[in-house]
Design a protein around this ligand. Structure first.
Ligand code: FAD
Ligand code: DHB
Length: 395
């Protein structure tokens, strides 16, 4: 016989979406149980996003979790676009009435959220994969999961599917209801983390004849860098000296700027794809974050989109529990899908602007250079890019 627990919201996944949702619900006095298939150290150590939109920073404040962010986060008011040997700064803050982005690693966000949940002694189970979601068309859906060799059940009012792209929640929406829109890009990113002091205070996005490169950072002593590569790239084919040679070639500009080399502490290949699943809600199941949508990383929207989802969901659930109204829950998906497509548009734009698409045909490269020249020479075009980059307010 399986052990059954009862809660108001059963949350699958302890990524940024699931953990932030749990935090926001607890602040509204709503109970939740979070289950996560991986171990705590795996979830914390996973190196991923680093750019927080203003809305995500504001949400960390609202969640009472901004102490370390305030101390360690790096506020950036601009970015550089590099092409044809030149490096051009876009003053995003001046162009968006004072909005900015903040560099703060996703693993730091995760650490803050886990610490808060553990300090509040709220249920968070690691190495506890959800294996089935049942009865979502009833008022008492059930999540079945496994933990320490035992099969368990969570009976709840709502299920939040925050289990990322490879989770099970999306497939609990019946075939025929769920629509999926997908695009896979013919390239990937090789990302590295290096113990090297950043040589630029702001990010540098570069289009080079050999492909895209990105210079980013995590702290005053750690640089984060990415290279466009083939999707089937094996990291073992990229020893450190090859990585530095390629990064230096693709990033160096005629003014003498280049990244500083250092010890590489992490190296991984990330595929690039766009996926939108609609609707984000069926019955008592709500999808949030990567379980509902994936954006290619150029433009740094994934984590921020996940945060916007759970903010919207937490308000809708709060409204339901305080007034029994369901209209915010009913519009959760349409409002989310609109924001998702806006993020898809921008991520696609940045990806197609900055990657070598067909290296055998120089036409596209020349056209991309013309586009970039226009962009850095037009206040209107730079304003448009900046508005999307810093992100719209969460609604
Ligand atoms: P996830 O972080 O994937 O979390 C889902 C969790 O659910 C995981 O911990 C998983 O183990 C768990 N899970 C899965 N299946 C189950 C199950 N059956 N039962 C229980 N648990 C389960 N975004 C940005 O905004 N800015 C950036 O700068 C940026 N850069 C990126 C760089 C890279 C290299 C990569 C890979 C991504 C980047 N992203 C960026 C995207 C961002 O990391 C994701 O969008 C974000 O992690 C989504 O959060 P999530 O909580 O929805 O999903
Ligand atoms: C980072 C990731 C991104 O996808 C991006 O567009 C900018 C920065 C980063 O990991 O720092």
């Amino acid at each position: 016989m399986s052990v059954e627990q009862r809660t108001q919201v059963g949350i699958i996944g302890a990524g940024p979406a699931g953990l932030m949702l749990g935090r926001l619900l607890s602040l509204h006095g709503i109970d939740s149980v979070i289950i996560e298939s991986r171990s705590q150290s795996y979830v914390i150590d996973r190196v991923r996003a680093g750019v927080l939109e203003q809305g995500t920073v504001d949400l960390m404040h609202e969640a009472g979790l901004a102490e370390r962010l305030g101390r360690l986060g790096l506020r950036h008011e601009g970015i550089y676009l590099a092409f044809n040997g030149g490096r051009h700064r876009i003053d995003m803050t001046a162009l968006t009435n004072g909005r900015a982005i903040t560099i703060y690693g996703q693993n730091e966000v995760i650490r803050d959220l886990i610490d808060a949940r553990v300090a509040a002694a709220l249920p968070l189970h690691f190495e506890a994969p959800a294996v089935a979601i049942r009865d979502i068309e009833t008022r008492q859906p059930v999540i079945e999961y496994e933990m320490a060799g035992e099969r368990k059940r969570i009976r709840c009012d709502f299920v939040a599917g925050c289990d990322g792209f490879h989770g099970i929640a999306r497939s609990a929406i019946p075939v025929g209801v769920l629509q999926s829109y997908e695009r896979t890009y013919p390239f990937a990113w090789l990302g590295v983390l290096a113990d090297a002091a950043p040589t630029s205070e702001e990010l540098v996005y570069s289009l080079h004849p050999r492909g895209f490169a990105l210079f980013s950072m995590r702290s005053p002593t750690v640089t984060r860098l990415y290279l466009q590569c083939d999707p089937d790239t094996d990291v073992t084919a990229w020893p450190d000296d090859r990585v530095w040679k390629e990064l230096t070639t693709r990033l160096s500009t005629d003014d003498g700027w280049r990244p500083a080399e250092g010890t590489i502490t992490q190296k991984a290949v990330t595929p690039m794809r766009s996926v939108v699943s609609e609707p984000m809600h069926h019955g008592r199941l709500f999808l949030a974050g990567d379980s509902a949508h994936i954006v290619p990383p150029t433009g740094a929207k994934g984590l921020n989109l996940a945060m916007a989802d759970v903010y919207r969901l937490s308000l809708a659930l709060h409204d339901f529990y305080t007034t029994t109204r369901t209209d915010l829950l009913a519009t959760y998906s349409t409002r989310g899908v609109r924001r998702t497509w806006a993020a898809q548009r921008f991520s696609w734009l940045m990806t197609s602007l900055l990657h070598r698409i067909n290296p055998d045909n120089p036409f596209d490269y020349k056209r991309q250079l013309a586009e970039l020249e226009y962009l850095v020479g037009s206040r209107a075009a730079m304003t448009s890019l900046s508005e999307s980059y810093v992100g719209a307010a969460f609604d």
